[in-house]
Ligand binder design. Structure first.
Ligand code: HAM
Length: 420
């Protein structure tokens, strides 16, 4: 029978990789919480309409990449391609911003996008997410960027490039849309089918086109459509980044692939990542998003970082932590007859907070001890017929390759001495 493989665009995270994953997730949690962000979790699937309204019906993500299905009640649902829409729905839906403002939340979890799989691009991937909802201030845009920056510093990842831009207010973007239409209309005939449609429905998305890249390169810039107020806001963000000593480049072509942004947008790129997959993460301000969801208008700003890409970079920089031992102690019986007593000893050691693996199989003792080394155990406790008769056990220091027979009453302190 044919072997069943993992679905295309997905990856298993096997035990040997878990140390690195935990390192990334834990470091992010610690850094986000040092800024006062609290954990939140939202569903992995949501109504399709949530993403159509938030991310935008004309975006690549919603148009081409969502995993959408119909439930038994005939409702259209989609696996979440990102978490800002769901988190905003949850936070503003629960009116959390009426208690403490802004609401600072963070989360981590799987996202789903049916993009053509390649290195750094999967159908299921994991994002670290920070959202700050309920207040409009350039200082908060700086705060979230500083949070991401500190996180990467704690991971000791170097070679990062922060790109920032401003998409201005809704009125600014209206002006910019008109400028894009004026620019693109003479080229209508040569545009791809997607772009022909976008020229009428959502001209900003014309800038996502990979096929008409020459047109994108020469297109008008949003900077030329910004009002004085938008420019001032952006200048304050830049001043804040300078004060925080975070190096950045203003990239006037950065527009991001999601419709909900206004004012500040940013991406963090890494030279190890190639081409279109060069972003470790990105984010920005989304003051209009809550309104698009039918919720009271509520400003917000946030980011998401891709864990798989972070790990790719960390691996390339040789920054990954070494794999953790999965056990401190191996307890084994010499023969299966001592299995119950060995299990009792394992129980005692676990109560003393050691991580204990029990081996009461009929394998040879030397094989059992070799396996203990692979688990990273530092001590082995061996129970044989003779030892049991004398109410004692053999305790072996696996690193020192020495062993001693001790009375059962001294088991704990002997093992603790080795583990210390
Ligand atoms: P995004 O730029 O679409 O932003 O995704 C953020 C990061 O997720 C990317 O920079 C990348 O590292 C990772 N990522 C995206 N797609 C894939 C994929 N197919 N495979 C592997 N990694 C991927 C957002 O999702 C926004 N929600 C960010 C945000 C939060 N804006 C405000 N708050």
């Amino acid at each position: 029978m044919a072997e069943i493989a993992a679905p295309r665009g997905t990856r298993d995270i096997l035990p040997a990789e878990q140390t690195a994953w935990r390192w990334v997730l834990e470091t992010h949690r610690r850094v986000a919480e040092s800024f006062g962000y609290r954990p939140i979790e939202t569903p992995i699937f949501e109504s399709t309409e949530l993403f159509a309204r938030a991310v935008g019906a004309d975006t690549d993500i919603v148009e081409k990449q969502m995993f959408t299905f119909t439930d038994r009640g005939g409702r259209s649902l989609s696996l979440r391609p990102e978490s800002t829409a769901g988190v905003t729905r949850a936070v503003v839906g629960a009116r959390l911003e009426q208690e403490v403002r802004p609401v600072r939340v963070h989360c981590a979890g799987p996202m789903f996008r049916a993009e053509r799989p390649q290195a750094g691009r999967q159908h299921q991937f994991t994002q670290l997410d920070v959202e700050c909802i309920g207040e409009r201030s350039p200082a908060l845009d700086v705060e979230i960027i500083e949070c991401a920056w500190r996180f990467f510093a704690e991971l000791r990842l170097t070679g990062l490039h922060l790109q920032v831009n401003s998409l201005g207010s809704a009125e600014d973007r209206q002006l910019y849309r008109a400028a894009l239409v004026t620019y693109y209309t003479p080229f209508r005939q040569r545009l791809c089918d997607d772009c022909k449609r976008r020229l009428d429905s959502n001209p900003l998305r014309l800038l996502d086109c990979k096929r008409d890249a020459d047109l994108v390169a020469a297109a008008p810039l949003i900077a030329d459509s910004l009002s004085d107020a938008s420019r001032d806001f952006f200048a304050e963000v830049q001043a804040g980044l300078q004060a925080a000593q975070i190096p950045f480049a203003v990239n006037p072509r950065l527009v991001r692939g999601l419709d909900y942004y206004a004012d500040t947008v940013f991406e963090i790129w890494h030279e190890q990542l190639q081409g279109a997959q060069n972003a470790l993460g990105g984010g920005g301000r989304y003051d209009g998003l809550a309104g698009l969801l039918g919720l009271p208008p509520t400003p917000g700003t946030g980011y998401a970082l891709g864990v798989e890409r972070i790990l790719m970079v960390a691996r390339a920089l040789d920054a990954l932590p070494s794999a953790e031992a999965s056990a401190d102690v191996l307890v084994c019986s010499v023969e299966v007859e001592q299995a119950l007593q060995a299990a009792g000893v394992a129980r005692t050691l676990r109560s003393a907070a050691a991580r204990v693996v029990l081996d009461v199989s009929d394998r040879r003792l030397d094989r059992k001890l070799r396996a203990a080394g692979k688990l990273g155990a530092r001590a082995a406790v061996i129970l044989g017929e003779q030892e049991l008769a004398a109410d004692s056990v053999v305790v072996r220091d696996l690193a020192a390759r020495s062993q001693q027979t001790v009375p059962t009453a001294e088991l704990l302190e002997t093992v603790e001495r080795i583990l210390r």
